[in-house]
Design a protein around this ligand. Structure first.
Ligand SMILES: C[S@@+](CC[C@H](N)C(=O)[O-])C[C@H]1O[C@@H](n2cnc3c(N)ncnc32)[C@H](O)[C@@H]1O
Length: 395
């Protein structure tokens, strides 16, 4: 029987990130500025949502009804816990793409999104998803798809291959994935230090190794250690989606030109240049502000264990507001009753200590304890002086 994961790493959960490019209102605005009018997005689907922060925020604070799927039960449980009792417009499942994409009970979607998925899955799964898009993306619907470009990442192939081979060595078979990754990185440093192949004659090997050496193992696992790691260029994507009647419109983050990680927006069919094929009438739903408030309270509690968390939900925009992790900690302290700069700073400091997390200010790590305390105090003071403005923006 075929493995459920098809070579995808399942041992470590992914990092927790919010991606504004997946916000349906923002998608619509981005397309409109590229000259393409689409109807408001009512039914949306996110495949491979990972820790699902974007999905949770958009389903609770936004107007669309969402369906989401991810292979890892831990990912799915986390989103369920985060959104429990807050919305009836979120349908999530821990299925494989093969299972989810062939279901008969799904509606047509106005928006299908895959962030950080396409380059990391098997060719068979890409075909399954392509067939799903063909079957389920409405005329005038939007596909969001991000991927690693061949041009930017080709030079990383030798390092990636080296790391995967090292991590798969039999003597590491009983080690945890994070330890296998560490061992592979140490081995790569070793060949660089001794000027051995494949580092020798390949400056990209060392350059990229330096860049990733201290990145979180959860990120490295999902970026480099899957069986599949496929790079694409625009022509590949056109060959796949052109025959389905999709046309490329814009980069979802508004970036011009190509970067190493493309975030494509494709629109299907005639949708278009004047919106004439669409019914633009639609009344956005009235947002449940109490539910958004409760989601944010849960996120503030989660932030005390998650240095990657830096976003709360906005009931006004229906999307996320990026505030920064320490602001979230300060807000959490405020919500728990701390009202002056000293006690807010002390609570933030105690979370940093408990997690062993360094204080990084404008890219510089502050090591001196007194300096750390003074900086957190200053941050808390300006937070109070701003009259908890970040909280008001999301409350
Ligand atoms: C690199 S992660 C990206 C997660 C998320 N979209 C993000 O950017 O934070 C890829 C995700 O695809 C999911 N995935 C991989 N293979 C899958 C499969 N065959 N069926 C369903 N989900 C899968 C993984 O569990 C993982 O959460």
């Amino acid at each position: 029987m075929r493995d459920r994961d098809e070579g995808y790493v399942t041992e470590l959960p992914y990092t927790l990130g919010y991606y504004p490019e997946l916000d349906p209102r923002r998608v619509r605005e981005t397309l409109a500025s590229a000259g393409v009018e689409i109807a408001p997005i009512r039914r949306a689907c996110e495949l491979g949502f990972g820790r699902g922060l974007s999905l949770a925020i958009h389903a609770v604070a936004g107007d669309a009804e969402w369906w989401g799927n991810d292979l890892l039960p831990r990912h799915v449980e986390e989103v369920k816990t985060l959104t429990r009792g807050l919305t009836d417009r979120l349908h999530i499942s821990a299925e494989t793409f093969a299972e989810f994409c062939t279901r008969e009970d799904l509606p047509e979607f106005d928006f299908i999104a895959l962030h950080g998925v396409w380059s990391w899955i098997s060719e068979r799964n890409r075909q399954i998803i392509t067939a799903f898009i063909d079957r389920k993306l409405a005329n005038g619907g939007v596909l969001y798809l991000s991927y690693n470009t061949r041009k930017a990442w080709e030079s990383v192939l030798p390092l990636r291959k080296f790391l995967v081979t090292e991590a798969a060595k039999p003597e590491l078979a009983s080690s945890a994935l994070a330890d296998r990754i560490e061992a592979a990185l140490v081995a790569a440093q070793h060949v660089v230090a001794r000027d051995l192949p494949p580092a020798r004659d390949d400056p990209a090997f060392e350059k990229h190794l330096r860049k990733i050496r201290h990145q979180a193992k959860a990120y490295l696992a999902h970026e480099y250690f899957n069986r599949d790691w496929a790079l694409f260029d625009e022509a590949d994507l056109s060959a796949t989606f052109g025959p389905l009647g999709l046309a490329y419109v814009a980069q979802a983050n508004g970036a011009a030109g190509s970067t190493g990680f493309r975030r494509d927006l494709w629109v299907r069919g005639q949708a278009s240049r004047d919106g004439s094929t669409q019914s633009l009438e639609w009344t956005p739903r009235v947002v449940n502000r109490a539910a958004v408030h409760e989601l944010n309270a849960r996120l503030l509690r989660l932030a005390t264990d998650e240095p990657y968390l830096s976003t709360l939900a906005s009931p006004d925009t229906g999307g996320g507001v990026e505030l920064g992790w320490r602001s979230l900690l300060a807000l959490g302290a405020w919500q728990e009753g701390a009202r002056d700069a000293v006690s807010i700073a002390e609570r933030v400091a105690s979370t940093l200590r408990r997690l062993g997390h360094p204080l990084v200010h404008e890219g510089v790590m502050i090591k001196d304890a007194a300096e750390v305390a003074a900086m957190l105090r200053r941050e808390a003071e300006s937070f109070i002086a701003a009259k908890m403005d970040p909280l008001r923006r999301v409350d």
